[in-house]
Design a protein around this ligand. Structure first.
Ligand SMILES: C[C@@](CO)(OP(=O)(O)O)[C@H](O)COP(=O)(O)OP(=O)(O)OC[C@H]1O[C@@H](n2ccc(N)nc2=O)[C@H](O)[C@@H]1O
Ligand SMILES: Nc1ncnc2c1ncn2[C@@H]1O[C@H](COP(=O)(O)OP(=O)(O)O)[C@@H](O)[C@H]1O
Length: 289
């Protein structure tokens, strides 16, 4: 069988369709209830095999030292866990705004874990990859698993959900939100009562970070006001991006054209199977990686 030398794979964005803060762990991390859905807007990751054991980032991102980049950290984590002597050249085509609440960094890391596990023949199962990913960021496991999900804990306790797959208009406000800033605000309500999945299915879609985010970043409230002229606006994660769902692609595209005269905006389709797993030909329901 011919050896694969290079893989080029998508790293999709996620939206948080709900984000609730229901407590705090001893280490200060917040306990969440959230719903993740993927969208077909993606970064693209290229992985080229090296035989010298080096892990090299060919396309460093502005403001992110290569050793801090989540793709490099993911590759190092997989190498350390498996003891492989293989190396890799990593390329990132960045389409997702950084600090946008779309999970781009976490998704890049997940794509490296899943892609390199294949390129390097390291043979870890999906659970082991999710566990490695969790050490890199709370959002990495859902991108490794690749199914829309209800999540609890810090986002690692996943229950796959079969959701409607609407069109989304996503507005990218002109500001970056540091997740840490939002979670360290004294004004964040941290003791909300937990709900159950059926409550979400019945229509709950609040984001408990929204009041703090609107107070710290007025630009995000302004973007929500603009989007609310077309459909009900929501915040993804701790922001900055806001989004609204449309049943119809034409309406979504028309809203994006209107908003696009003054704002950075894109249209994307909700997807319950991640574009990464689709690209790798994973059978939904199969646990093979
Ligand atoms: C809020 C969510 C929802 O999907 O997404 P984003 O808005 O960042 O995309 C995630 O849980 C983001 O998880 P993760 O990607 O691990 O967050 P990081 O940026 O590493 O977190 C930065 C800091 O925020 C605080 N933090 C983060 C997550 C959490 N559940 N509780 C916290 O208190 C911690 O102080 C942490 O050191
Ligand atoms: N490959 C990467 N892509 C994006 N951000 C990265 C990456 N590696 C490290 N980071 C750091 O992670 C931070 C959060 O990135 P990102 O995942 O895009 O935002 P969010 O968590 O708001 O969805 C960035 O501001 C950056 O400093």
């Amino acid at each position: 069988m011919e050896e694969i030398e290079t893989l080029r794979l998508p790293a999709p964005a996620k939206l948080n369709l709900l984000l609730r803060v229901v407590g705090r762990r001893e280490d200060g991390y917040h306990l969440l209830q959230t719903v993740f859905q993927f969208i077909d807007r993606c970064d693209w990751i290229t992985l080229g095999r090296r035989t010298d054991g080096e892990i090299h980032l060919k396309t460093p991102l502005p403001g992110v030292p290569p050793e801090a980049d989540l793709t490099v950290r993911a590759a190092r984590a997989l190498a350390a866990a498996t003891g492989t002597r293989a190396g890799v050249d990593i390329g990132i085509e960045k389409n997702l705004p950084m600090g946008g609440g779309l999970g781009g960094g976490s998704s890049d890391a997940a794509t490296v874990l899943v892609g390199l596990n294949r390129l390097w023949h390291t043979g870890l199962g999906v659970e082991a990859l999710m566990e490695l990913g969790l050490k890199l960021g709370a959002d990495v496991p859902v991108f490794v698993n690749g199914r829309s999900a209800w999540a609890e804990g810090v986002g690692e306790q996943l229950t796959p959900l079969d959701l409607p797959e609407p069109w989304y208009v996503v507005v990218v406000p002109d500001c970056h939100v540091a997740t840490r800033t939002v979670f360290s605000s004294p004004n964040l309500t941290r003791d909300n009562k937990p709900i159950i999945i059926a409550d979400f299915i019945a229509g709950r879609q609040e984001n408990h970070c929204l009041p703090v985010v609107m107070e710290l970043y007025p630009e995000i409230g302004a973007a929500m006001d603009d989007l609310s002229r077309y459909s009900e606006p929501r915040l993804t994660g701790t922001g900055a991006c806001v989004f609204a769902a449309f049943a119809d692609e034409r309406q979504a595209r028309q809203a994006a054209v209107d908003l696009g005269s003054t704002r950075s905006v894109f249209v994307a389709k909700g997807e319950n199977l991640s574009p990464l797993q689709r690209a790798l030909g994973f059978d939904p329901g199969s646990r093979q990686s």
